[in-house]
Design a protein around this ligand. Structure first.
Ligand SMILES: Cc1ncc(C[n+]2csc(CCOP(=O)(O)OP(=O)(O)O)c2C)c(N)n1
Ligand SMILES: [Mg+2]
Length: 745
């Protein structure tokens, strides 16, 4: 006899258990609108709808396996054993934003059943075969997402959706308070589901903490956290009782729990928890105790870490069987009728699957990358030139408009640029550690909270993942978030929220969801030995390789406000995710060549000059017209290179300096033209020798066909030490001049 596969076993066990249910349907038609039992509001109709969603989900899991075996399917992580989550969808509204665990298939089906015109079985099957017509990711990922169902797609990084969920929950109230039209109804609640092992991930603990703390502060946080607890994270057991112990009794978080194999218990707990969150605008933790069938995924032989007896014991706790039992014992359907429904769904899934395998997959690189990072530079230029109406500017600046304030530093210019942004975009919010009352560690946001109110400029808790998560949720909710990360070194511990979440959202939703964002980051070295590595961090490689991410580095006041306007406009027009990397050492610099020359200050351009001053994304800036040598640089390298250029000019060498201004995308064509004017390029890169900017610049020169000489001078592959020792690792003017002379020889 051929061996029975786990999925056949699951199927057969369910069928025989239903057949064995006692008795036939009671005489007379049951009242489908009445509760199925005393003490619950779950009606017969709802119980049957739950069963349909659960059975549909079960058949999708079986289909994932046969599609894989037939060579058509690419994904086998299923929802079998977790189908109780259908009750959560039943307790919510289809307009409540949902961010789902990869085992929340029955939730997906149950929600779709509330929205006319949905075809969730087809949606999921198209996902399994990576079809181009799949409704959310368009064949880029198998994920539960659907714009019409307010289901926001996830990456597969454990818990990475939770900071965003907190951000969305926060933004439901904040958009209302600011009078901004957002996509969610004012009384919506956010739901996020995840596994038990995931609750231990720092991203989850950080997000749950952020939700609790926000609610504890008295701010609205309508968030329903749903833990689908099957007791396992792949092969690793979650200690018995841990999820309850860790999440019950937490400040400002109401804990609910239910037995996943009992549909009445699940439905009641879901209804109570959702009602609590909706009415109180406070977070709740709904703990569903479930089982996991069919191993972690198709490739996982769970028999290697679980006993046969343990696996078999789970069959008695099958949530689908629990619902079937309820339906039969409540006299709603006979066992035979339950089986008929189950078999009808099997046939529908098979028929759609047969069709799905003929659907087209993404067929070119251009098609795959199309939604990654759309760019409409003309629209961005127009938007960037629009100022807030005069009264908005007047209330932003009072009687002293920044264009009349005389020469400003880089920090002051960014401050005025942010104020102009706040005046131009009513949906713009500025937040981060210390940005509110204190006005930032370097005073860059000084006065903004006072002038624009703490609803728009505010301090957050000390958690970079939560700060970016707030940006992710705010961007999706109609706001224009400008989060600040206090230092570049502290972006790294939260970087996946930019890489995995922000930058991938348009890609994995085929452009249906976007999270516009301008992340301000203070960074880079040269702070005269102060602060050591963590305040002088120069590691930007980690940003430059994120697909679609824009990285701006304004080195001087004259460029900073224009570049900021471009980033804000691109975020608004194209949903662009921008990192605006501000060189700390230049924030308050005034002079360039000699003390007192004031050459690093600049008059702020008034709105009548914004169109002419516009700096498109990826447009660098050239200085000088020498024909002997091109210095290519950015950030702190710019003033150093300009000084070296002047010294070389005194020695009769014609130098031009090119400031990249954008590290991603690089101004490749302009770079080649600047290089060809001299045929000799020295890249001055304050970041590392390995993985730093100069590698990309030299590759871009080679790629664009530049055939002249090139060399580079960089900082060391080192962390930056405290005190005078910092000078040994950071590239210096002496290094630049020496390398330039060598190149000229
Ligand atoms: C950050 C991260 N680390 C590791 C993984 C690999 N991984 C995928 S699922 C999983 C276990 C998750 O267990 P749990 O949260 O309990 O969810 P379940 O699969 O049991 O429903 C792991 C370790 C991942 N996806 N993301
Ligand atoms: Mg688990």
């Amino acid at each position: 006899m051929p061996e029975v596969t786990p999925e056949e076993e699951l199927d057969l066990r369910f069928l025989s258990a239903v057949r064995a249910l006692p008795g036939d349907r009671k005489a007379g038609p049951a009242d489908l609108t009445a509760p199925v039992a005393a003490g619950t509001n779950l009606t017969g109709e709802q119980a049957i709808a739950l069963f349909d969603a659960q059975a549909g989900s079960r058949h999708l899991d079986l289909a994932a396996r046969y599609l894989r075996a037939e060579g058509h399917g690419f994904y086998t992580i299923g929802s079998a054993g977790h189908e109780a989550n259908a009750a959560v969808a039943a307790a919510l509204r289809p307009s409540d934003p949902a961010l789902l665990h990869y085992r929340s298939g029955a939730f997906y089906l149950a929600r779709a059943a509330q929205v006319p015109g949905s075809d969730p079985l087809r949606d999921v099957l198209l996902g399994l075969v990576a079809a181009r017509d799949e409704p959310i990711a368009g064949g880029r990922h198998k994920v539960f997402g659907n714009h019409a169902l307010a289901i926001i797609p996830q990456t597969s990084t454990i818990a990475s959706h939770l900071p965003r969920a907190v951000g969305i929950a926060f933004s439901i109230g904040r958009t209302g308070k600011l009078g901004i039209a957002g996509p969610w109804p004012a009384d919506a609640i956010t739901v996020a589901s995840f596994g038990d092992a995931s609750t231990s991930h720092s991203t989850a603990t950080g997000a749950i903490n952020a939700a609790c703390r926000t609610a504890y502060q008295g701010l609205p946080m309508p968030l329903l956290l749903v833990c689908e607890d099957n007791g396992l994270g792949i092969s690793v057991r979650t200690p018995d009782g841990w999820v309850a112990a860790a999440h019950s009794g937490r400040p400002a978080l109401r804990y609910f729990s239910a037995d996943g194999c009992d549909p009445v218990s699940c439905f009641d707990a879901a209804v109570r928890s959702a009602a609590y969150v909706r009415a109180s605008r406070s977070p709740a933790f709904l703990h569903l105790k479930l089982v996991r069938f069919l191993g972690h995924a198709g490739s996982d032989a769970e028999i290697s870490y679980r006993s046969q007896a343990e696996i078999a014991a789970d069959y008695a706790r099958d949530p689908l069987l629990g619902t079937a039992r309820l339906i039969v014992t409540a006299g709603l359907l006979s066992p035979g009728q339950v089986i008929d429904r189950y078999e009808t769904l099997r046939a529908r899934v098979r028929a759609i699957a047969d069709e799905a395998v003929t659907s087209r997959q993404l067929s070119s690189r251009a098609e795959v990358t199309g939604p990654l990072a759309p760019r409409h530079p003309d629209q961005v230029a127009r938007r960037a030139a629009q100022a807030g109406r005069p009264p908005a500017r007047e209330s932003a600046f009072g009687r002293r408009l920044p264009e009349d304030a005389g020469p400003l530093t880089l920090a002051d210019t960014i401050n005025r640029g942010l104020a102009d942004g706040l005046a131009a975009y009513p949906e713009l919010v500025v937040f981060g550690e210390d940005v509110g009352r204190k006005g930032g560690v370097y005073g860059v946001t000084r006065g903004l909270a006072r002038r624009f109110g703490v609803g728009r400029v505010f301090d957050t808790l000390l958690d970079e993942q939560a700060i970016l998560g707030l940006g992710l949720g705010a961007g999706l909710s109609g706001l224009l978030p400008v989060p600040e990360i206090q230092y570049l070194a502290y972006l790294h511990n939260a970087e996946d929220q930019l890489r995995g979440e922000a930058a991938s959202m348009q890609f994995f939703s085929a452009g249906q969801y976007r999270n516009p964002m301008v992340v301000r980051v203070a960074g880079l070295g040269y702070q005269k030995g102060f602060g050591g590595h963590f305040h002088n961090d120069n590691a930007v490689g980690v940003l430059r390789d994120i697909p679609g991410l824009v990285v701006a580095v304004p080195a001087r006041a004259q460029d900073a406000a224009s570049m900021l306007r471009t980033c804000l406009a691109a975020a608004r027009v194209d949903g662009t995710v921008c990192v605006f990397l501000e060189p700390i050492a230049l924030y308050h610099a005034r002079d360039l060549y000699e003390p007192g020359d004031g050459a690093w200050l600049s008059i702020y351009a008034g709105p009548d000059r914004w169109a002419e001053a516009h700096v498109p994304i990826g447009r660098g800036r050239g200085y000088g017209s020498g024909t002997d040598l091109t210095l290519v640089t950015f950030g702190n390298g710019l003033p150093m290179s300009l000084r070296v250029a002047r010294r070389l000019a005194a020695a009769g060498v014609g130098v031009r300096v090119f400031d990249l201004r954008w590290l991603a995308p690089l101004p490749a064509e302009q770079l080649r033209a600047e290089a060809e004017r001299t045929g000799r390029v020295l890249v001055v890169d304050e970041t590392r020798r390995s993985g730093g900017v100069s590698e990309g610049v030299m590759a871009a020169l080679a790629d664009t066909g530049y055939r002249g000489t090139m060399a580079r001078v960089t900082s060391a592959d080192s962390f930056i030490p405290l005190g005078d020792a910092a000078a040994h690792v950071l590239v210096s003017e002496t290094d630049i001049e020496r390398a330039a002379r060598q190149l000229l020889d």
